[in-house]
Design a protein around this ligand. Structure first.
Ligand code: ATP
Ligand code: MG
Ligand code: MG
Ligand code: MG
Length: 561
């Protein structure tokens, strides 16, 4: 590709609104441009990297037995009604109407559409298991789009869905995806860690997130320094040292618990940052403050972030709203009846436990049917997020923290969607059975940003070869010099013939500009055709190490090997 007419507008200055390195560099190197808040256009360099990452994903998904499909981005709202998510997903789901006033949504995820497809097309155990995947644009009206394509409102996701006839089958499908994800992120040269994630079961292996380790990550990973234990702190908020509910709490501690009213106060109470708190806690002001530790699934997580914290304050939910949110009766707050396991602690309920007066109708102690042991077992002492230095829940080692960017997520769905939408099949005995599902996502565009976040230096991006937009950057330093121009042109043809994907800087720019752009764009190898062109000598530079050597043109293919 000739750079003279190549759309890669580089920027010298750091764009003012780009806070993190990957966002800055993707703008500066001309990979992306913002079209609207959280909505980006990919320029040719960006598009090429996306495709590289997609190709790696495709190869590994196909190898793991996946079949590629392409589902519609625009989905009938009825399907979401059927699954019960139309309401539950909240404002993150973009909604629209067609000319006949029929309701549609823009796909934030595709469980509904794929389950609908499969229920119509697959009816026999003989056709199962299947794993269907797609690489497609997703829409989520994020509350706070930021960090460029890392958290955008339109983004590219690989999503896969498995349909099995048994839990053992699901386990196999899940393991196949887990392995594929490890291969994918390894090939993308990412330093990552698979961590247990929020699934509604404590310490279960029902879901894992693939986290790219990075200071700017929005998730906190708690891991053991002496074992494989690693979990998103979202699922490790409760310390295992229980104070039994029959042991009274100290007066002082009680005072602490009743005075928390804002997210900041909650954060302070738990000795964490407000951002962490927002991820881990639902704080409902329903007359009196109530702390809820949500170990939600998938969707509950979304609810928590949108419906509650959207409002940016604690004055958010009426009793009715709270009940609806938690899918339980008004006035009843407890772990029973909830869509997934939830530990609810009302501060006055804690007080009630301590004083042994649960369910009493005294002032401020008006929660109906709250029953310690049945409705909650946790007490004040549980209400501390796991901290660095705590003993690891696995029994080996101590807890350390790291920040992570969630690039992938594998999830055992079970029969949640197949039941709701009636995805059934006939088994060997002609009996109707419900399919058992898994879902598996990778943020393709987020992965690109994560790669840049981990692979750059002060001069620009340093692409790992497997995902670099081009293999080589061929730079004719002075295109007005005949010898240089001629050798550059000749090399461009030769290198292309050798199978290299070459970006050829044939621009009439100053050497300084060309080298700066070259470092910024960050292709793995730069070949500069300069003063020694007449002698058939070029300069080869390795972007990553800065190592530079002179090479005879005839020996160049060997040097590049
Ligand atoms: P997050 O916790 O960051 O909001 P999520 O858990 O909501 O992500 P999933 O529903 O698990 O996301 O979607 C699968 C993958 O899609 C994520 O692991 C992530 O890589 C990617 N992804 C999710 N939301 C975004 C977004 N707004 N912008 C870019 N990529 C995203
Ligand atoms: Mg999200
Ligand atoms: Mg997440
Ligand atoms: Mg996720």
């Amino acid at each position: 590709m000739r750079q003279r007419t190549f759309l890669a507008p580089t920027l010298r200055d750091v764009p003012a609104d780009a806070e993190i390195k990957s966002h800055q560099l993707m703008l500066r190197a001309g990979l992306i441009r913002q079209t609207a808040s959280g909505i980006y256009s990919y320029l040719p360099l960006g598009k090429k990297v996306l495709r590289k990452v997609e190709d790696i994903i495709r190869e590994e998904m196909d190898e793991a037995g996946g079949q590629e499909v392409l589902l519609p981005a625009i989905q009938p709202a009825e399907l979401w009604e059927e699954s019960g998510r139309l309401h539950a997903y909240g404002p993150e789901l973009m909604r629209l109407k067609d000319r006949h006033e029929r309701d549609f949504v823009l796909g934030a995820t595709h469980e509904e559409v794929i389950t609908d497809l499969v229920r119509n097309e697959l009816q026999s155990y003989k056709k199962l298991p299947v794993n269907l995947y797609q690489i497609q644009t997703k829409y989520r009206d994020e509350r706070r789009p930021r960090f460029g394509v890392l958290r955008s409102r339109e983004f590219i996701m690989k999503d896969a869905y498995s349909f099995d006839t048994s839990n053992e089958g699901l386990e196999q499908s899940y393991q196949a995806m887990y392995k594929a994800y490890q291969n994918i992120f390894t090939r993308c040269a990412l330093n990552f860690r698979a961590v247990e994630a929020d699934s509604g079961t404590i310490g279960g292996t029902d879901t894992h997130e693939f986290m790219v380790l990075s200071e700017i990550g929005e998730d906190t990973i708690a891991y053991s320094d002496q074992s494989d234990f690693a979990a998103n702190i979202e699922i490790a908020p409760v310390v295992t040292t229980y104070v039994k509910s029959d042991e009274p709490l100290k007066e002082k501690e009680l005072v602490d618990t009743v005075n928390i009213r804002t997210i900041e106060e909650v954060a302070d109470f738990f000795k964490v940052s407000a951002a962490q708190t927002i991820k881990s806690l639902l704080f409902i002001a329903d007359g009196e403050p109530v702390l809820v530790l949500v170990r939600g699934d998938h969707d509950v997580n979304e609810i928590k972030v949108k419906n509650v914290l959207d409002k940016d304050s604690v004055e958010l939910a009426s009793a009715e709203e709270t009940a609806r949110l938690l899918n339980c009766e008004t006035g009843y707050i407890g772990p029973i009846n909830l869509p997934s396991e939830i530990t609810v602690i009302a501060d006055h309920a804690v007080e009630a436990v301590v004083n042994g007066i649960c369910g009493a109708n005294e002032k401020d102690k008006h929660y109906k049917h709250v029953n310690p042991g049945r409705d909650f077992t946790a007490t004040y002492a549980d209400l501390r997020l796991i901290q660095e230095g705590d003993p690891s829940p696995c029994g080996k080692g101590t807890i350390q923290f790291a920040m992570g960017i969630e690039v992938g997520h594998v999830f055992k769905l079970g029969t949640k969607y197949s039941e709701a939408l009636g995805a059934t099949y006939l088994d060997e005995n002609g009996k109707t059975q419900t399919m058992i599902m898994g879902c598996y996502g990778i943020g393709v565009s987020r992965t690109v940003a994560a790669i840049v976040e981990q692979h750059h230096d002060e001069n620009g991006i340093v692409w790992p070869p497997a995902v670099a937009p081009f293999d080589l950057h061929l730079v004719t330093i002075n295109v007005k010099d005949e010898a240089q121009k001629e050798l550059g042109e000749q090399l461009y043809q030769t290198l292309k013939q050798l199978g290299y994907d070459v970006l050829f800087d044939d621009r009439p720019e100053r050497a300084g500009v060309k080298f700066k752009d070259s470092d910024l764009i960050g292709l793995p190898i730069r070949i500069a055709v300069g003063k020694k062109a007449g002698e058939g000598i070029v300069e080869v530079k390795v972007r990553k190490t800065g190592e530079m050597i002179e090479a005879e043109v005839a020996k160049l293919p060997d040097v590049l090997e």
